[in-house]
Design a binder for this molecule. Structure first.
Ligand SMILES: Nc1nc2c(ncn2[C@@H]2O[C@H](COP(=O)(O)OP(=O)(O)OP(=O)(O)O)[C@@H](O)[C@H]2O)c(=O)[nH]1
Length: 473
């Protein structure tokens, strides 16, 4: 006889994991800030990347052990045959290249997160990697002929109803059998939620970067299922002469006998599944990152390079989240990320702060987009060569070596009056890196730029922009 505690079942995963886990139940709740009905003219929303989530996860509680005695005419005293409770289900995150960001998370799904997900811990235990493990978990159907009196320490603790210590829970998690329901709550981070969340994060202690999902198919357990309780067939503490309460008779003349409350109390209940509150953060993986000051024309350029339709505005910080686009060639495609505008002091949280600098960490190639017209017509903008210096410094302050990757310079707004002279000066001042004058609005110079990016992404050339090659005098 096998008992399993099932509180609620929301979703049935169609695979078997082990003989004691006929099915694995997973229940997931998600709050989303995305309106149910989207306005027709909202293509911009769809290209926005949802790169941060707070996630509450709870492992399934272990099923309680069962107390039962089977008697027959030949065996009047009877033998305990109560099975063990099933292990609670673990909550597992798996990363997949088919997922871009967290916006696709819906209720009642297995949690697939994008490759590049970084996990910070607000509450609970540090997640553990899922290992290919041996099937050493208790099998409730495997009833031994004799009572096993050599229980391991953890079994005994479990049998005695003692709480299981975190390390032990962690090691148990890795056995991989699961059978009882698992709850996971995903909270989308919208602007308003982000504010509340930010306040909460300020108050609470966060353990940063406790885990990272960087390889396709990598899985980690974020909430462990509870251990199943022992049935009386495995639990030596229950008397083999139970006080009979009532019985049911089988066709073959054998009968099941329920135990008295005294005997039941010496059996073990399943242990509770662990709980965790996590912050998921995405370091996007793109082939090319467009880096530039606000208003340089990055979003316009992304639209020219790909079919993405990001928000474009004549004011700074139009882009509040990274936008992604695909640059398609005959044989392959390149992912381009438009990173929100960086300004001097971004690394100390000026402007949109350093939140977006992390997206640059995982880009192969950097395209520095500068505004040739920033100082024209009496505008008091920063000259392009200084824009480049500031950008490199911000990247380096955020993380040493961040700017040290193949790169090129995109000199935008060449169409503006006087921009050609500025471009000539830029060429004189900046050496050792390919430079492309373009007009992103009219898509002039864009095909040449596309070809150059392809060469850099393929690794055929590896020039990079460095401070030494910028003449600021
Ligand atoms: N004249 C001219 N204007 C351009 C060109 N490219 C972009 N712009 C204008 O520059 C302004 C800023 O463009 P965006 O593409 O939003 O700039 P951004 O760098 O993404 O700005 P942030 O979102 O603040 O980072 C808009 O008014 C664009 O129309 C260009 O090639 N020539």
């Amino acid at each position: 006889m096998w008992m399993q505690r099932v509180k609620s079942v929301w979703h049935l995963e169609p695979f078997r994991r082990s003989s004691d886990s006929p099915w694995r139940f997973v229940s997931i709740f998600a709050y989303s800030d995305v309106p149910q009905k989207k306005a027709k003219a909202a293509p911009l929303q769809e290209t926005r990347m949802r790169d941060r989530f707070t996630l509450y996860a709870k492992g399934g509680d272990g099923g309680s052990g069962c107390s039962s005695v089977r008697r027959s005419r030949r065996d009047r005293r009877g033998r305990p045959d109560g099975g063990n409770g099933g292990r609670g289900g673990d909550v597992i995150l798996e990363c997949s290249p088919t997922v871009w960001d967290f916006s696709g998370l819906q209720p009642h799904i297995v949690v697939l997160v994008p490759v590049g997900t970084v996990i910070h811990l607000l509450e609970g235990e540090i997640p553990s990697e899922v290992e290919k493990c041996s099937e050493t978990d208790l099998d409730p159907w495997e009833l031994p002929g004799t009572l096993d009196t050599n229980l391991s320490e953890s079994d005994q603790q479990s049998a005695a109803g003692k709480p299981i210590m975190p390390d032990e829970v962690k090691s148990m998690c890795n056995t991989g059998n699961s059978s009882s329901p698992t709850e996971i709550m995903v909270e989308a981070s919208a602007c308003m939620q982000q504010t509340i969340q930010a306040e909460r994060e300020d108050e609470e202690e966060i353990q940063y970067n406790v885990a990272e999902l960087t390889k396709q198919g990598q899985q980690i357990i974020i909430a462990c299922g509870g251990d199943g309780g022992l049935g009386n067939v495995c639990c030596p503490s229950v008397s083999s002469k139970p006080k009979v309460m009532k019985s049911g008779v089988h066709k073959d003349g054998e009968s099941d006998v329920e135990l008295s409350d005294d005997d039941k109390s010496s059996l073990s209940g399943g242990s509770l599944g662990s709980e965790a509150v996590l912050i998921l953060e995405l370091k996007s993986i793109a082939d090319v990152g467009l880096v530039g000051m606000p208003n340089a024309g990055k979003s316009t350029l992304l639209g020219a390079l790909s079919r993405a339709k990001p928000t474009i505005g004549h004011y700074a910080f139009t882009t509040l989240r990274p936008n992604l686009g695909n640059m398609n060639f005959d044989d392959f495609s390149i992912t381009v990320a438009d990173i929100p505008g960086l300004i001097k002091g971004a690394h100390v949280n000026r402007g949109l702060g350093h939140a977006f600098l992390r997206h640059i960490e995982r880009t192969k190639v950097l395209a520095y987009v500068v505004d040739l017209a920033s100082g024209l017509d009496g505008r008091k903008g920063i000259p392009p060569w200084e824009q480049l210096k500031d950008l490199i410094l911000e990247l380096e302050y955020h993380q040493e070596g961040l700017s040290d990757r193949p790169s090129l310079v995109v000199a935008n707004k060449i169409d503006e009056a006087g921009a050609e002279n500025v471009y000539e000066e830029l060429e004189r001042r900046v050496q050792g890196v390919p430079m492309y004058p373009i007009c992103a609005v009219l898509e002039e110079g864009v095909p040449e730029l596309k070809a150059a990016l392809k060469i850099l992404v393929n690794g055929e050339k590896s020039q990079r922009l460095s401070l030494e090659n910028i003449n600021l005098d």
